[in-house]
Design a protein around this ligand. Structure first.
Ligand SMILES: Cc1cc2nc3c(=O)[nH]c(=O)nc-3n(C[C@H](O)[C@H](O)[C@H](O)COP(=O)(O)OP(=O)(O)OC[C@H]3O[C@@H](n4cnc5c(N)ncnc54)[C@H](O)[C@@H]3O)c2cc1C
Length: 405
């Protein structure tokens, strides 16, 4: 490939989606991935309506359905004894709810994206290409890359860091420790677990359990009985310590208080929980998107949703520059809009959500939490249901309004 217009660093969901959307417009893209295969750790599963709209623009919703995506029937908040405090149902009727929150485990979404990229000759995906540094001048940006054939320097007109929470692009631009925000003192453990929750009265697809010690989430993530069980743990424990504590934790908090022989864990991954936003999402010819630019706790389902909305906006900006419909200044608008959306929507909403699970007294949560009161009201008032369901749409912004007239 001669000089690509865009070089994307990181073939996670955000990098794959950006490369796909640009490639579909005939824009030459090179995508570099440090690993030798796609990541299959248990991470995102649920994509809010704002993200689903971008996945629709990329033309992959039908393929996601064939891969096993489904529309959850809603979310509820419970006490540890299973008692429901409030529920937020989701309509599965496409006329009423054309872009519903959709569930598909991230590794399956990545496979759909990768398959579609493979059909585009103008997109080149290179595995085992680890970016180690960068530079730029008035016309070009470049990255230094470790490859199986030795160190190389690869150039493009624009370079996008989609390289995740530890982004080398972000660290090279601002310094290794310059990622403003904080890390929670609690950690979480995400598991994919086969367990018959339905037999224990869990007929909502997503369940959030409010408890000072045993706060957790149980969400159905497949049509064959696989559930994502993510639970809170004290900070500072090693993976071995967390694994040793897991059977007692499940026995204490899962409905039915099962023994290990009653369930099957197929993935087990501890995570630290962060709330962080990069200083800028544009520095000259370099841009940041998704986890490379911002992190939030995973319980609100906003991490990748927000990343996918970044990608849709950045696609409009870069495609506009490529076609001559937009000036380069549009990238400054991308920077300020996306960071302000994070600060006003994702940051407070998402941290509020995780606090709700362990900071509220379950006995008084329904009176104390504005959010739960609104969910309760939604049970009888469809207008409140619609307002809550559409809250994540406030993440979106139409950058094409800044194209030249
Ligand atoms: C338990 C859990 C549950 C979650 N659930 C949800 C959910 O339901 N909904 C939601 O919206 N979000 C959720 N999230 C968040 C979501 O998973 C992340 O936001 C998303 O995976 C980030 O995607 P990304 O493409 O930005 O980064 P990543 O998926 O981290 O991909 C980055 C890629 O860049 C590559 N890379 C890194 N460094 C380099 C380098 N130097 N050179 C080249 N390549 C490099 C990596 O190998 C990787 O493939 C969850 C997170 C967790 C932990």
């Amino acid at each position: 490939m001669s000089l690509p217009f865009v070089l994307v660093v990181g073939a996670g969901p955000s990098g794959l989606l950006l490369a796909l959307m640009l490639g579909q417009q005939g824009i030459p893209v090179r995508l570099l991935e440090a690993a030798d295969a796609l990541d299959d750790r248990p991470r995102a599963t649920h994509y809010a309506p704002a993200a689903v709209q971008e996945l629709r623009r990329a033309g992959i919703l039908e393929e996601m359905k064939a891969e096993g995506s489904f529309i959850p029937n809603g979310a509820c908040w419970r006490k540890l004894n299973g008692e429901i405090l409030a529920g937020l149902p989701q309509s599965t009727d496409p006329d009423q709810n054309p872009t519903p929150l959709t569930c598909l485990p991230l590794n399956q979404l990545n496979m759909v994206l990768q398959r579609n990229i493979a059909k585009l000759p103008q997109v080149e995906l290179l595995y085992s290409h680890k970016v180690t540094g960068l530079g730029q001048d008035d016309t070009t940006a470049w990255v230094h890359v470790d490859t199986p054939d030795g160190a190389k320097t690869l150039e493009a007109r624009y370079i996008v860091g989609c390289d995740g929470a530890n982004s080398q692009i972000r660290r090279s631009l601002f310094g290794d420790w310059e990622f403003p925000g904080f890390t929670w003192d609690k950690q979480i453990v995400a598991t994919n677990t086969y367990y018959p929750f339905e037999k224990h009265g869990f007929d909502w697809d997503s369940n959030f359990i409010i408890d000072p010690e045993h706060w957790f989430m149980a969400a159905r993530i497949s049509n064959d009985g696989l559930w994502r069980v993510t639970y809170g743990e004290v900070g500072g424990l090693s993976v071995e310590e967390l694994q040793a504590r897991q059977p007692a934790k499940f026995k204490a908090f899962l409905p039915g208080h099962p023994e290990p022989s009653n369930y099957k864990i197929v993935n087990f991954s501890p995570y630290k929980v962060h709330q962080r936003l990069a200083k800028k999402m544009r520095v000259g010819r370099f841009l940041l998107a998704a986890d490379a630019a911002h992190l939030c706790n995973p319980f609100g389902g906003l991490g990748l949703t927000c990343g996918i909305v970044d990608v849709g906006g950045l696609f409009d900006c870069l495609a506009g520059i490529y076609s001559g419909q937009a000036d380069e200044d549009i990238l400054d608008i991308y920077d300020s809009v996306r960071r302000s959306k994070y600060n006003t929507i994702v940051n407070p909403t998402s941290s509020g959500n995780i606090r709700l699970l362990f900071e509220q007294n379950p006995e008084t949560a329904l009176q104390d939490s504005d959010f739960l009161r609104a969910c309760k009201a939604a049970e009888t008032d469809p207008a409140v249901t619609e307002k809550l369901a559409k809250a994540a749409e406030r993440l979106q912004y139409d950058f094409t309004q800044h194209y030249r007239a």
